[in-house]
Ligand binder design. Sequence first.
Ligand code: PHE
Ligand code: FE
Length: 287
Amino acid sequence: MSADRFSASPAEGVRADWTIDQDWPRYTPEEHQVWVTLYERQAALLPGRACEPFLNGLKALDLHGDGIPDFAELNRKLNALTGWAVVAVPGLVPDEVFFDHLANRRFPAGRFIRRPDQLDYLEEPDIFHDVFGHVPMLTDPTFADYMKAYGEGGLRATRLGRLQNLARLYWYTVEFGLIDTPEGLRIYGAGIVSSRGESVFSLEDPSPNRLGFELLRVMRTPYRIDDYQQVYFVLPSLQRLLDDTLQDFAPIYARLEALPDIAIDAITPEDKLFTRGTQAYAKTHAA
Ligand code: PHE
Ligand code: FE
């Protein structure tokens, strides 16, 4: 995700669009090993938990377990599938820069990889989260179109002062989304598939609420960045996500201005209930 707490101009050695070279030959054997370890853990967990488009994307991109992928090679495959490319950035970039990349089918990815003592948690997105987590879904044509539209929508929401609402949509779909399938709930969110703990928690733990996706509802719901989610929203299909977001958001933003936020653990009478969570995890891990 992007952040605006950073200076508005790129540091030295960073291009005007905030991209840098991946410099793939510079990764050390230890860094490649961190990727392999993370990859193997998730590859064992995700069949039967991640959705088919994600698992197919992983296969189509050949993101196998021998080390950190080389973006040049990855982009040849990705570009042929949906016109997307991955570009390296030094870390979080300003919101407008992030949106502009998405609007042009470029996904900004961190170049660094976490240290071996950070396998389970780190605050800033690294290359494992950004590439393993996000890029497989970009091979799905519907999701790929959604991400491009989201970039355009981000630029617009910034002008209209509704970025907080739109950021919630990103959070509860791109990062932490679940999808309903005939075989049961599956994960498509990058924040989940790149986390060993949340890959299990999001689907199997009795604590969180799991509610049907409703655009306006999602945009009224705050989220937490410091721990597992207290609520997940479940899509009936990726097409529904694209269809809902192709409409003009200006009237929706206008409505949101008058509507209060919905508490993070609330269930409203309008919600389609998949799971009524106990919130037990959230209660024992209160900040
Ligand atoms: N359709 C939205 C608008 O009019 C833009 C958007 C597209 C937002 C996709 C999110 C995702 O602003
Ligand atoms: Fe992310």
